[in-house]
Ligand binder design. Structure first.
Ligand SMILES: *Cc1c(COP(=O)(O)O)cnc(C)c1O
Length: 324
């Protein structure tokens, strides 16, 4: 995949936005004077924690499923996920009347497991530290003739994810910098396609957990690096390796990757809860934590921060906040 003409483009993001109309929420963009004062910048916070099923993943899942043929829809879909992609595919499948099977870790948050089942999907369990979820999902797909829907490394998935940034730029205009939570790179690559088209001088940064900086390493080495599943509270960013398509886009369009610690994530979680009255899951705090860390370089700038999701068990949420 080094042929630029084969990569998705901003046109694909625009087409995804049309498919999502009437199905995805147009999520709010919020501002906080307290945060602006702390950053010395004007921050525009795109709140995908308020998206349907609680995360941006609905955008990519629904876009991908919308593009299936009637025969593919009848055969059904299979996906694997530590959580939000599972719910995204399950909800999209329910809306489009497609049978869905989701491969999820046994220790996924109870809320995520229950939500996925609640959308009518069949859940198959796996061990996130020892099993190969991709192989399990692909095996089920081959066995039952179902269509496999990957969580990030797919043109329709990442194009759908890019519609969050599309709404952000449509609402607030051009930005100087954009911080995006980063796991396998679907949200970041889709956002980058959008940013380059609508705000060409905007610096685009992905943000990974410090314990799992595989994309940062991959950019340094010029090729995708695989790491052991990182141990971090950012469970949506525990991907061992960036996608092939997403990496090609990130390599071309993204200005850099920041890393933050779990302690910084908890601080940002507390900020959202205390000052903005929002429940944001640890992975969704990556972008704000990095912006705070980089604030010296952001003085006087207009900064976009994409909050990727809000799905966290409340018991876990309270426990993390009481530790911080
Ligand atoms: C999936 C997910 C991410 C990472 O997205 P990628 O497209 O895999 O980079 C970040 N935050 C949340 C809440 C997620 O569900």
């Amino acid at each position: 995949m080094h042929d630029a003409s084969a990569l998705p483009t901003f046109e694909d993001v625009l087409a995804a936005a049309v498919r999502l109309q009437g199905h995805a929420h147009r999520t709010p963009v919020l501002q906080s004077r307290t945060l602006n004062a702390q950053l010395g910048a004007q921050a525009f916070i795109k709140c995908e924690n308020f998206q349907r099923m609680g995360a941006f993943k609905f955008r990519g899942g629904f876009n991908a499923l919308s593009r299936l043929t009637p025969a593919e829809r009848r055969a059904g879909v299979v996906a694997y996920s530590s959580g939000n992609h599972a719910q995204a595919v399950a909800l999209s499948a329910q809306i489009l009347d497609i049978p869905a099977t989701i491969v999820m870790p046994h220790d996924a948050s109870p809320a995520k497991l229950a939500a996925t089942r609640g959308y009518g999907a069949t859940v198959v369990g796996y061990d996130r530290y020892t099993d190969d979820a991709l192989a399990i999902a692909q095996g089920l797909a081959a066995e039952h003739g179902m269509r496999f829907i990957p969580p990030f490394d797919h043109p329709d998935v990442l194009s759908g994810q890019g519609t969050a940034a599309l709404e952000l730029f449509q609402e607030v205009g051009e930005l100087d910098a954009l911080f995006v939570c980063l796991g396998g790179g679907g949200l970041l690559s889709g956002s980058a396609l959008t940013a380059k088209a609508l705000s060409p001088t905007c610096k685009i940064y992905g943000v990974e957990p410090e314990a799992g900086n595989d994309v940062q390493q991959s950019l340094q080495q010029g090729q995708r690096v695989r790491i052991a599943t990182p141990v971090t509270i950012a469970d949506g960013a525990q991907t061992p390796m960036v996608g092939e398509i997403t990496f090609e886009i990130i390599r071309r369009l993204v200005d850099g990757v920041h890393t933050v610690t779990d302690a910084q994530l908890v601080q940002s979680m507390r900020f959202y809860a205390e000052r903005m009255k929002m429940v944001v899951e640890p992975t969704g705090c990556l972008s704000l934590a990095a912006a705070i860390q980089a604030s010296e370089q952001l003085q006087g700038q207009r900064v976009g921060i994409i909050v990727s999701g809000g799905n966290v068990d409340l018991g876990r949420f309270a426990q993390l906040l009481s530790q911080g």
